[in-house]
Ligand binder design. Structure first.
Ligand SMILES: Nc1ncnc2c1ncn2[C@@H]1O[C@H](COP(=O)(O)OP(=O)(O)OP(=O)(O)O)[C@@H](O)[C@H]1O
Length: 621
């Protein structure tokens, strides 16, 4: 708040002062000027403006300036009530689609779109006529007419928040819709919505005045600015101030609310806040001999423009043993992140995930109930996502977010969970953890937020850490530290690590096994040593050749892969790498190569697998 005030500009200050004066006037106006406003004076009826009557008098000789001042209370009260009605209906309606499932969500979103298309004033008139012409009808009518605009704003704002990683992590932890809404979404969209709601008081003021002006709002003996404007207009040739005076108050009131809302909104945008870090989730007991993860036939599909399903991940199968470190590598768009999100059931609508088999920590997800699946995913996996800006809930203290994992999945008491949170922050080498747990994510640096997310993952004692490009958004100086930390935790806790990276040097250096992805498919699955000795797939070879080594000649350009990866809608028939492959022949361009085993630890999907020595890239990772 202090930083907001420091950044306030003259327009904001003027608008705030004008509003304050109006509010004071609304409170004290009727006490001071009621007598003057009601006192009739037949001698001075319909008088023009003068030193005694600044806005002149009405047909009964009542002072119009005093009446305008008195009308401030009712005018503002009606406007605020209408704005509140609009917010109470519009904001919950707009937020609902972000937590509802498929069909109901589409229904609510469609209803919002349709209602936004209705002309507001017509809707207000319609409601006003049904409820009964008068102040109540006008206020409810204007409130309802404003609701769709606020609903649309709430819908877009909350959709942005709902796609953040900390909401995905909360879903993975099995949070109910109620919790998602009130704990994770609402606190992070409240500010812009309240500010817009404040601005909407200005619109409501103008709209209610317009209805009163038309004789459809406030009725005698009550009166508001619109009503006074209407009366003043009837005698405008005799006394222009009778109309101009109340009109001026309407305009000033509307402007003050609108300007203040606008200025505070833009100020709030400039004040740095809401910086978050990545998300994670926790553990479950499993049989040590089981694979931690076994997936076969994984598909993730997104609909094309004409609705046909397109494979972003196409028939991916692999396993992970306890404690194993496996990397997934490939160019942008090859399906690395989608594979990880698909495994964690975090693909958002309209994406669709299917698999032939998915076992996590030995448990078969096909036979698990939705609740068991959520528990299993939440307890066995820790997800360290790409963007440390979006992974922690900016409205909650870091320690609370960590502690919740242990409370939900390990059934720990609040105090035990809080103690564990401190220990886990210490475990990921965050100094002064007892103080840090009480801080908000924006008080952490990028590297610390990523560590906090890793710590959150450890709270549940995970058997598998899914790290989706965990260093992409970090400063180069802390990238290595975060990778070192993941490796150390893998060694200490025995949790398997699935590390996604676009950098083949990093994964061959950090992992024991590497999955090379292209066009949504695993084109080569080999041990890091085998890859270093010579990749079998031409794409993997090209990736390796593009990595500079200690022995690369400085004056020679690095190898690049010609062309660019195919988009989902333009996936070629046969091998998807064929258009860029120097070895491609007719069969490559027409027939999908099968995944063949070249050795016990190596599978490759190519018609022309050719192991060949390329030299080591380990020294660069
Ligand atoms: N929500 C979505 N809707 C439609 N297509 C999507 C969506 N998310 C991802 N895709 C598509 O799926 C494919 C795989 O994307 P993905 O993000 O998994 O690639 P990636 O290898 O992780 O790339 P990057 O390194 O850039 O993150 C891409 O073609 C991408 O355009």
């Amino acid at each position: 708040m202090r930083s907001l005030l420091r950044k306030a500009n003259p327009i904001t200050v003027t608008a705030a002062v004008a509003l304050l004066l109006l509010v004071v006037l609304a409170v004290v106006g009727p006490w001071f000027w009621s007598d003057a406003a009601e006192r009739t004076d037949a001698v001075n009826a319909s008088a023009g403006f003068s030193g005694e009557h600044w806005f002149g008098t009405d047909q009964l000789g009542r002072d119009l300036f005093a009446r305008t001042l008195v009308a401030t209370r009712l005018s503002l009260l009606l406007a605020v009530t209408a704005a509140v009605i609009g917010m109470v209906i519009g904001i919950p309606l707009g937020i609902l689609p972000s937590v509802l499932g498929g069909r109901v969500r589409r229904l609510v979103a469609g209803f919002i779109t349709a209602s936004v298309a209705l002309p507001g004033l017509l809707l207000a008139l319609f409601v006003n006529t049904i409820i009964g012409v008068g102040a109540t009808g006008a206020v409810i009518g204007i409130g309802i007419a404003n609701a769709p605009t606020l609903a649309r704003l709430a819908q877009t704002t909350s959709a942005g928040v709902a796609s953040r990683d900390y909401v995905a992590a909360a879903r993975m932890l099995g949070a109910s819709r109620f919790t998602l809404l009130f704990r994770h979404i609402l606190p992070n969209v409240a500010e812009p919505l309240i500010l817009t709601g404040t601005m909407s008081v200005g619109w409501c003021l103008l709209e209610i005045s317009a209805l009163s002006f038309l004789g459809l709002g406030v009725r005698a003996p009550s009166y508001d600015w619109g009503d006074l404007l209407n009366q003043g207009l009837q005698g405008i040739y005799v006394n222009p101030m009778g109309a101009l005076g109340p009109g001026l108050f309407v305009v000033l009131g509307g402007l003050a609310f609108a300007l203040l809302g606008e200025s505070v909104t833009s100020l709030a945008r400039r004040v740095p806040r809401l910086r978050g870090a990545p998300a994670a989730a926790p553990a479950a007991a499993g049989t040590p001999t089981d694979d931690v993860l076994a997936v076969s036939g994984l598909h993730v599909q997104y609909p094309s423009r004409d609705g046909a399903p397109l494979d972003a991940v196409d028939d991916v199968s692999f396993t992970l043993r306890p404690g194993e470190r496996v990397g997934i590598v490939g160019e942008s768009g090859s399906g690395k992140s989608t594979t990880v999100l698909g495994l964690a059931e975090l693909i958002a609508y309209p994406g669709r995930v299917t698999w032939r088999e998915l076992r996590i920590n030995g448990a078969d997800l096909a036979t698990a109930s939705p609740q068991q699946r959520r528990r299993l995913l939440g307890a066995s996996l820790a997800l360290v996502s790409q963007n440390p800006m979006t992974a922690l809930n900016p409205a909650l203290r870091v320690g609370r977010q960590l502690a919740e994992v242990a409370q939900v999945h390990l059934g720990k008491s609040r105090s035990a969970a809080n103690e564990l949170a401190v220990r886990q922050l210490e475990h990921v080498q965050i100094t002064d953890p007892a103080r840090r747990v009480r801080q908000f994510p924006h008080e952490f640096s990028g590297g610390m937020r990523q560590r906090a997310v890793i710590a959150m993952g450890l709270m549940g004692e995970p058997r598998l850490i899914l790290a989706d490009e965990p260093t992409t958004a970090l400063d180069v100086t802390v990238q290595r530290q975060v990778l070192d930390l993941l490796e150390r935790l893998n060694a200490e806790t025995g949790a398997a690590l699935l590390l996604v990276s676009h950098d083949i040097a990093v994964v061959t250096n950090r992992c024991e096994r590497v999955l090379v992805m292209y066009g949504g498919r695993v084109v080569e699955d080999a041990s890091a040593d085998e890859l270093l000795a010579g990749p079998a797939h031409p794409y993997a070879r090209a990736l390796m050749a593009a990595v500079p080594t200690m022995t690369s000649e400085r004056d020679r350009a690095l190898a690049t892969i010609p062309g660019r990866p195919p988009s989902l809608a333009e996936m070629p028939p046969g091998c998807s790498f064929a258009p860029r492959c120097p070895l491609a022949d007719d069969r490559c361009r027409t027939e999908q190569p099968p995944l063949v085993e070249l050795s016990a630890t190596r599978r490759v999907e190519c018609w022309h697998p050719q192991p060949q020595h390329t030299g080591s890239v380990r020294e660069h990772a």
